[in-house]
Write a protein that binds this ligand. Sequence first.
Ligand SMILES: [Mg+2]
Length: 356
Amino acid sequence: MSINRKIIHVDMDAFYVSVEIRDNPALVGLPVAVGGNSDRRGVIATCNYEARKFGVRSAMATAMALKKCPNLVIVPGRMAEYKEVSRQIREIFEYYTPLIEPLSLDEAYLDVSDCTEFQGSATLIAQQIRRDIFYKTGLTASAGIAPVKFLAKVASDENKPNGQFVITPDQVVEFVKTMPLEKISGVGKVTLKKLHDAGLFVGEDVRNSKEVFLSQLLGSYGAVLWARCQGIDNRGVETERVRKSVGVERTFSEDIKDLSVLKQIMHEKLIPELKKRAQSYLDKRHIGKLGVKLKFNDFVVTTKEQKHNQFDVATFESLLVEALSRGEGRAVRLLGVHIGLEDSVVDAIEQLSLFG
Ligand SMILES: [Mg+2]
């Protein structure tokens, strides 16, 4: 069994867009997105619920978003303002607990196990935090409350927007049994397809499988997923974010099929940029692995990594070849390279540029 804590995952609703609408009431009721412009083949960073009704999603190409929703209002982002609001929200969290792990500007885990407000009721604490956020910023947030981190994150999505959902320790097993596997953070499109191909759709299916089978299917993540489906997640709320990897990536103005062109871009642009960007980390940390990420023209993303302790061009090259072969001839829309840093707790690669 896991060690039960009282974890709250707070997630702002359509954060960037909500800030824009708050500051420009003319946008109220319209489908709105924050993101890059269409001729640069930018992507949508966030969109509001009106836009989502048309099928617009985060990380969707702007051109595609406009096809789905021709009246979509696209506004450029104001990162400085988002950071300011994020700081205000953090101040609210700090009133309740020092154990805060931000995942991004608009999302954080809080461990409120030792918080004495509301007789220690995490449900009431979450409700008050969401009220505080609304009074202070005029923005709504959703929250998930659970004894372990991954379930708190799943729960914050259940009653979104402007809602919250509680999973008590007694409810964990029943909840994970019917939970679709794509809800678990770390299960992306590629992993999900493997799971579905193996006949695994919800937590119960994984619970009925052997751990070794999951490991054979998914590599090291298999054991993690197996544990999650038992309701186990022993990760604590990490107050100091330690970066796990550094990466750079590029979205092309035209899709590329040709391996030699991809190689050239990797050698001439991405690897030198990555080296520059990684410098400040490599004073104190070591390279643990190298990785290549591709997004194909159907938006499927694949990542190929290999253990290595230095920048090795030949390794990057062979990873690129392997990753490309997974596309079975599809053209590539985005190419990224990254290094994994040793001693890490974070599971997200910070992107070089938010708006691609
Ligand atoms: Mg959010």
